[in-house]
Design a protein around this ligand. Structure first.
Ligand code: ZN
Length: 491
């Protein structure tokens, strides 16, 4: 790929977490009987009039502010005209030349990846946000899982009129990983402020990538392709990689690319052409005559702003400073708001052992959460109990190795740390008098090894530690055993 530059722009559609649709009172609940959540407005019946849902504006504002974007005082809804069976009106109500937010910049962190996809060398990347606008979603065409699907397609309009925020960037990404880090940034920001569930697998965050390549040094853009059907951030990254390679191979072998929309097929690990791309003028946008301009006052924006929680980047920064964490640790712990909350509660319960708490969460707890497929707020171990466990290890009551087993049992049973430790009879012996007594016995019982040790065979130190641990049935605090043994053998 030497000598080529990759250019990527992204469009993200996020479903805003409202209970009712954007222009009518129908429920947005997922999984209901097909076409049950519909009314004359979202069915597009003649004469029905849309009324803007105030909650959409609130959540749209939360989304914009979470991304550091400015909100326009006045924005205009517009009709985007096209025909499709899942769009009964024949147009989608969106925003066009006066969107909710425009011309913003967003700073994200991005990293290089090694072969296995592990991130290293994080650095900031400034992304220009062309626009964030509000619009309604279309319905859904169903082509499988119903009777006679070889002859019929079905239309479910429950989703028609669900509110979306569409976020469009300038072509500012130069690699698939930059795009990957951006989408994750946006996803986390929207979840963080409660604007959207932003779950790509559930389809409430959808992403499209515009990809092209050009020879390094060229200023003109190459032919761009739009990628769709990207059902996870990782799929998107892979689809972009595939497409970049396809472009370069085509151009290097003297071929030509066409501007088109392509779908990612995860199973085949390739993209396939879907249709040639429409231009904006094909949609015949014009202002929606049934809706007045949307006016958002400064007071409204200030109100939303003050209701926002501490935002992810600010919290990460604070974690680094307050808890003395590395950038990578702090990033991982602020990947989700519930995890960041969990961490801070656990630190408090551990009586301030921030580093150890971070390590236990990152190395042990996250693995368990991942296996069980639950988020930190549903963790069977309350944060206070994790903190209690960290404190017990810190105080030498149990060893770190024992701590791992205790954590696994706590996770499986929901029992308190002290209960598990007592039930397993794990309490570590740190009482120096008792340990001294065991050391004396071991030394007295192994005169030969003692002699060898005293004559310089220092590797036998480990033998004595092992014997004392054995005598204590593994319950002696190894740190104390080491200290006392060293002191005794010196004499
Ligand atoms: Zn409706």
């Amino acid at each position: 790929m030497n000598g080529w530059e990759t250019i990527i722009g992204l469009e993200v559609h996020a479903q805003l977490s409202t209970e009712s649709k954007i222009f009518c009172g129908c429920s947005t609940r997922f999984g209901d009987e097909p076409n049950s959540n519909t009314c004359p407005v979202c069915l597009g019946l003649p004469g029905a009039l849309p009324v803007l849902n105030r909650r959409v504006v609130e959540l749209g504002a939360r989304a914009a502010l979470a991304l550091g974007l400015h909100i326009n005082e006045r924005s205009i809804f517009a009709r985007k005209n096209y025909f499709y069976p899942d769009l009964p009106k024949g147009y989608q109500i969106s925003q066009y030349d006066q969107p909710f937010s425009a011309d913003g910049t967003l700073e994200i962190m991005t990293a290089q990846r090694d072969e296995a996809g592990h991130a290293h060398e994080w650095r900031p990347l400034t992304v220009r946000i062309t626009r964030l606008h509000l619009e309604e979603d279309a319905g859904k065409n169903v082509h499988e899982g119903l009777p006679d699907v070889d002859r019929f397609s079905y239309v479910d309009l429950n989703r028609a009129g669900t509110p979306l925020a569409e976020i469009v960037t300038e072509p500012d990404f130069r690699s698939s990983w930059e795009a990957y880090d951006y989408v994750n940034h946006v996803r986390r920001a929207l979840q963080w402020v409660g604007a959207s569930e932003a779950d790509m697998e559930k389809g409430n965050l959808r992403c499209e990538a515009n990809v092209s390549v050009r020879r390094r040094g060229d200023t003109k853009f190459g032919t761009k392709v739009e990628l769709k059907n990207l059902n996870s951030v990782r799929f998107m990254q892979r689809a972009i990689e595939f497409e970049v390679r396809r472009h370069i191979e085509t151009l290097e072998s003297g071929g030509r690319l066409v501007q088109e929309t392509r779908l990612w097929d995860e199973r085949a690990a390739e993209t396939r052409p879907m249709r040639s791309k429409e231009e904006a003028h094909d949609y015949r946008y014009f202002p929606e005559p049934d809706l007045p301009p949307l006016v958002v006052t400064n007071e409204f924006v200030d109100q939303i702003r003050t209701s926002l929680p501490e935002l992810p980047d600010a919290r990460r920064k604070r974690f680094i400073e307050q808890y003395d964490l590395s950038f990578a640790d702090a990033s991982q712990l602020t990947a989700e708001r519930s995890l960041a909350d969990y961490y801070e509660n656990a630190v408090e319960a551990s009586e301030g052992n921030a580093r150890a708490t971070a390590n236990w969460i990152r190395s042990e707890l996250l693995r368990e959460l991942e296996h069980a497929d639950v988020t930190a707020d549903k963790c069977p171990i309350p944060a206070t109990e994790l903190g209690a466990l960290v404190r017990m290890i810190d105080e030498g009551k149990i060893s770190g190795k024992q701590g791992k087993d205790v954590l696994i049992e706590m996770f499986a049973t929901g029992k308190a740390a002290t209960t598990v430790v007592e039930e397993r009879g794990l309490v570590q012996v740190s009482d120096t008098a008792e340990i001294d007594r065991m050391i004396d016995e071991v030394i007295a019982g192994n005169p030969q090894q003692l002699e060898q040790y005293c004559s310089g065979k220092e590797t036998l130190f480990g033998f004595f530690v092992g014997q004392v641990m054995k005598a204590s049935k593994g319950k002696a605090n190894p740190k104390v055993v080491n200290e006392r043994l060293r002191a005794k053998l010196k004499r």
